[in-house]
Structures are given as C-alpha cells and as structure tokens.
Design a binder for this molecule. Structure first.
Ligand code: ATP
Length: 384
C-alpha cells in the first residue's frame, strides 16, 4: 500500500464561534491542529464539538472567525471546495453499489479513468479486498465503517473529519475499530479530526485531545498530560475519575505546597499545581483512584514516611476482576474512590474496615478551589 502523501496539512481556527439566536453553541475558539496528527474533540452531548467540526467542513457558517486549511483561508469556501472529507456515524454508503464502486465513487465523479490501482490499495488499507463485490447491506457495521473511511480517503483529503464514526457499533467492535482507525491514520499520515463523547476512545486514538465543555475548550493536550495534570475539575472528572479534596494552604515557601484538610496534613509539589496557591486560601488536591494504596488500620505503622496519608472507613468494595474498586468515607472527604489491582488481596479490606489511604505526593495535582467539586463530579458521571 502506497501511503498518501501528507503535505504539511494544518488546521487553524481563529476566533471561530457559532451562535443560534441568543444561544452560543461555540464561544470564540482558537485551535491549531498539527499536520499529520490524530486530533480528538471530546465532550459531552451538546458541548459544541459537532458544530466545530461542521464549521471546519464548511457545513456550518461560523458567526465569527476564520478557518484555515494548510495555510489557506477557506472560511468562505463551500464544503466541496475544501480539501476535507467527512465520515459520519451513519456511513451513508450507496446501497445499490458494491463496495468496490462505493470506494471508486469519488474518483469516477472526478473523471479519473483508471481507478483500479487506487481502489485496490484503499481496500487493502482497510482490509476489505476480499469483500469488494459485496453490497453494503451484506457487511457488518464495522466493515461498513471501514468502507466509509476508504471512500473518504481515496479523495486524498488533507484532513479527514470523523463525526462519532463508531457511534453505531457495539462496544467490542468499537474497541477493535479504534485500533483499526489509529492504524489507518498512522499508515496514511493524514490529519484526522475525530469528534467523540467517549473519553476512552479519544485517549486510545488521539495524539492530542481538546476537551470541550459548554462551547469552550477547557484543556488541550496529549492524553497522558490531560489525565495526569488536569487543569479544571471538569477535565479531572471527564477523563476518568478523580478524588478532589478541599484543603487549606499552610505554606508555599518550599518545593512542596503544604496543606491541611481537617486535621490531616498533605503535601503537593508546587510543579503539580496549576492554580495559584496562597497561604490561608483553599486549594483542591486531586488524586486518581489507582494512585492510592489502601492499608488496613492495624498495619498503619507500615506506611512509609513521606506519603500523604488520610484515614477512613470502607463503605463499598466492588470486585471487577482486574481490580477491586473501593469507596471510602473519610473525615477529609466522603466517597473517596480507590482502585486496587488484584495481585495480593487483603481479605480484611471489606466494608466497615478502618483503613489508611496513602499516596506519593508527586502523584497528586492541584486545582483552583473556586471551581465547585459538585460540578466536577457531575461532569465525571456524564463522561463515563
Ligand atoms: P452531540 O454529541 O449530542 O452531537 P455536540 O457536542 O456535538 O453534541 P453540537 O451538535 O455541536 O453538540 O451542538 C451544540 C449546541 O448547539 C447544542 O446545545 C445544540 O442543541 C445547539 N445547536 C446545534 N445546531 C443547532 C441549530 N441548527 N439551531 C439551534 N441550536 C443548535
């Protein structure tokens, strides 16, 4: 398979916004998508991600701002004159044409005489060469999805836009297709912009994720960066689960910010705090459930020095095979989540048990306490 040449494609949105009457679906947004990257717009339903994608495609006129593709201002161009193709959730294949002709369609429409080599290459890319003469209705959902991708890629777009392309597939197939789409993107090297509400999908496939909330990008970065250092409670909870502990700042003079939550002292490296920490004010200390270790209170003396430690009581323990998920009530915060890998299970860690929760301070992150913990928790539920 010959890779489609990338040509330094870049998508740049400058001050782009969309209002419908008095409702603002997308607030003025600046976004730059690196050439050849797999970029995900991630957010809950109604956050404005599809509207943003449609403005890039030219299917929606922006209220303000500009869209540049590969350095060219295309804001005023209709969709068919933009070097983009869109793959929709409803594949939109032609039912009366076989797979080969569906894929060949774009070339034939442009009057390309000899299509065989390109169509064969595309079918090979999406691993459907054997099924070329079948009709779309004779394929599974995942296979139809791959035809839709091949049909879009054969036009050599500079950017491929994917609007919830895996939404109609069941969970197992979705997971397979995520890997498949990532492989295809790596192979062809074209910029993919993918819209999804599924955080796992965005993290599995994308190099860069823009987390959208209420028409704004809350944070943009590599998946691991967003997960390890979320900057807002929304991001902390939309990407996975976070425990957020409100604490008073005691001292900011050293490398670690020292804090107190109830009577418990906590430390947080200053480099892990995106909010401004001021002595006497509050901060949210975030810690992911899998970064916390649970130790039965009887063994509290075995917890190594230098770790943040709080006490609590287990209220729930859910065995899910690979891990056990605990809920722990602590005077410091109620309903703390802890995920423990099932390597050596301590049978005493059951509902009612008194425990010590402890973690490496370097695994925490600090957020502005002015953001409500409630809002973050709600967002987390929406994202799972
Ligand atoms: P979903 O995942 O449900 O598709 P989304 O994040 O892609 O959600 P958009 O489709 O971009 O959301 O819509 C953003 C907001 O704009 C929503 O509140 C939606 O109701 C509103 N909206 C979209 N299109 C229109 C329209 N033509 N007229 C009025 N409001 C609209």
């Amino acid at each position: 398979m010959t890779a489609i040449a990338t040509t330094g494609t870049d998508v740049r949105l400058t001050g782009i916004s969309k209002t419908y009457g008095s409702f603002t679906a997308v607030h003025p947004l600046d976004l730059s998508v690196p050439a050849g990257s797999f970029f995900a717009l991630l957010g809950a339903s109604g956050c404005g991600k599809t509207t943003t994608l449609r403005m890039i495609a030219g299917l929606e006129d922006p209220t303000s701002g500009t869209v540049e593709l590969a350095g060219r201002d295309v804001t005023a161009l209709p969709p068919y004159k933009r070097p983009v193709n869109t793959v929709f959730q409803s594949y939109a294949l032609f039912p009366h044409l076989d797979i080969y002709e569906n894929v060949a369609f774009g070339l034939r429409r442009r009057g390309v005489k000899s299509v065989k080599k390109q169509v064969d290459d595309m079918l090979e890319l999406v691993q459907l060469g054997d099924l070329a003469r079948r009709k779309p209705q004779q394929l599974s959902g995942g296979q139809q999805q791959r035809v839709a991708v091949a049909r879009a890629l054969i036009n050599h777009p500079q950017v491929l836009l994917l609007d919830e392309p895996l939404g109609a597939l069941d969970l197992k197939l979705r997971r397979q297709m995520q890997l498949e789409l990532k492989r295809i993107q790596t192979e062809v090297g074209i910029t993919f912009i993918h819209v999804t509400h599924d955080q796992e999908e965005a993290m599995t496939m994308a190099d860069t994720v823009a987390v959208m909330n209420a028409g704004r990008v809350e944070q943009l970065g590599a998946p691991a960066e967003l997960y390890e250092t979320p900057r807002t409670t929304f991001v902390a909870n939309f990407l996975g689960t976070s425990n957020l502990i409100a604490a008073d700042v005691l001292d900011t003079s050293g490398d670690d910010i020292l804090l107190r939550a109830c009577d418990t002292k906590l430390a947080l490296p200053a480099t892990r705090c995106t909010a401004t920490a001021r002595t006497g004010e509050k901060l949210l200390v975030g810690i992911r459930p899998e970064k916390i270790t649970l130790t039965h209170a009887d063994d509290a003396a075995s917890v190594p020095d230098g770790r943040n430690r709080i006490t609590g009581r287990i209220t729930q323990a859910g065995f899910i095979g690979v891990s056990t998920q605990y809920l722990v009530d602590s005077p410091v915060a109620p309903g703390l989540s802890v995920y423990a890998q099932n390597i050596e299970r301590d049978a005493r860690l059951a509902p009612g048990a008194e425990v010590v929760l402890h973690w490496n301070p370097g695994h925490g992150f600090g957020l502005d306490a002015a953001q409500s913990i409630e809002a973050g928790t709600d967002a987390g539920e929406a994202g799972t």
